[in-house]
Design a protein around this ligand. Sequence first.
Ligand code: SAM
Length: 285
Amino acid sequence: MALDSNTWFTEIFQNEGTAFSLQIKQHLHSEQSAYQTLDIYDTETFGKLMVIDGCVMLTQRDNFLYHEMMSHPALFTHRNPKRVVIIGGGDCGTLKEVLKHADVESVIQVDIDERVTRLSEQFFPELCECNEDARASLLFEDGIAWMKNAPDGSADVIIIDSTDPVGPAEGLFATDFYRECNRVLGAGGVIVQQSESPLLHSHTIIKDVQADLLAVGFASVRTLPFPQPVYPTGWWSATMAIKEGDIEAFRKEDSTSRGFKTSYYNEAIHQAALAVPEFMKDLNA
Ligand code: SAM
């Protein structure tokens, strides 16, 4: 069945021989920023859609899955997270989740492309409602260069909320970058990196991310899978590592009594996401 290209947005995953489509009402915006092509659509059933370089970034309907799993497991794994750094994350959905933690004192977000944030403010205001929080600083520069200049031990949690490992984000999936992150994290520091699809990338990207994090000195690493209907295969992952201790030991009681609203994350989801599927057990055995 052929789709009418005027009413459908389709992302083709050539290497996998699959594609994902959303029926659109309107193409609301298109621009070429200094770094990437940015498009905003209004869809029939998933709300507004942001696309970067032809790849789906987020929709209003399902972004909570990604943003909650990129933030809360890491924040409830650190013993006492006060200083958080987000690399990428320009749509500000992860920032909004991090700021729900009352004990967090500062969040520095470093996205290379200011236009992503400005478009999110315009088309996804619900993700940006905490951007004026006094604890948040939004910087627009290369996260790799920023990390090189950050002082030793100056962060408790680093969240790498990046695009796919091509273009400006390629260096965010690299041993040198993780080494800098390890240096910038204080004792007990936790890092989390969006790490693509468990089904497609376990024995390539995910295996490499895990190996690189262990190689630069993190003590324990785990990939947490979660559903993400609009990403390739509908299944995504966050790979988390800790400088000392056990990645499975999280603040379960604090997670249970967290005192803020989530739509997906809770202590049982956190526990369940730590389970390793059989086909991922040999990644860095
Ligand atoms: N949820 C998305 C995903 O998994 O595909 C990621 C969303 S977020 C919009 C990704 C952000 O990473 C983009 O805004 C992009 O500008 C930013 N980014 C890419 N490379 C970067 C770099 N080297 N430094 C800082 N930000 C970067």
